[in-house]
Write a protein that binds this ligand. Sequence first.
Ligand code: CTP
Ligand code: MG
Length: 235
Amino acid sequence: MTYHALVPAAGSGSRMGALSGRVLPKQYLPLAGRPMIRHALAALCATPAIANVFVVLAPDDTHWPAAEMAALGPKLHVLRCGGDTRAHSVGNGLRAMAAELGAIGNDWILVHDAARPCVTVAMIENLIAEVGEDDSGGLLAVPVADTLKRCDENGRIRQTVSRDGLWQAQTPQMFRHHLLLDALDFAPQVTDEASAIETLGLLPRLVPADISNLKVTYPVDLQMAEWVLRNREKA
Ligand code: CTP
Ligand code: MG
């Protein structure tokens, strides 16, 4: 089995507000002494099973710190083919990977957000082991822990929604290259790869992870990610 990672990193971080946006895209904000994106790339490059790590940048990205990233070694490849949505960035990346590597249709692709800096080698290896050779693929996820409320337009509760069987999807999400490319062509409006695969009628496996693999979306998430990374370093 051959595994490659694909890291979409062509967003701007609009929900990060003044911290990010036009000045410094979210994926480059300083986090535990490094640009945020370096943490996830380092974990993926350090995973022995992963042969190549492709990062998808916006074509006009001027912030990629090439010299600093060279330290991650020869597995890391830069693609400057980001699109106007995450799904387009992933689709463009899948095509560009195939152009570089040749026949990779049956290889496994682990798609991981640059905005999830706290992923560990152990989490990635667990995903690979749990999915095995199941063609439906799978993803890291956590069962919903909070009580869920549906509200009206005035912010008042209209319904308490059962959390039974509900999970929060994380990344990495791993699928075979040819299936993922077909799925994203078929359903380009999705916000994660699993949704695209679901539209093909397949049932991706949920692999339990934990909330330390958080996504940095809002400023407070950056503080929580900093805490996770610093406390792990001490452990
Ligand atoms: N992404 C991408 N191409 C896009 C949009 C997003 O490659 N056109 C990437 C982001 O860089 C990030 C990942 O997809 O690594 C997850 O997206 P998200 O957390 O939503 O980041 P942004 O889109 O940058 O943030 P926002 O939605 O707040 O603008
Ligand atoms: Mg976004």
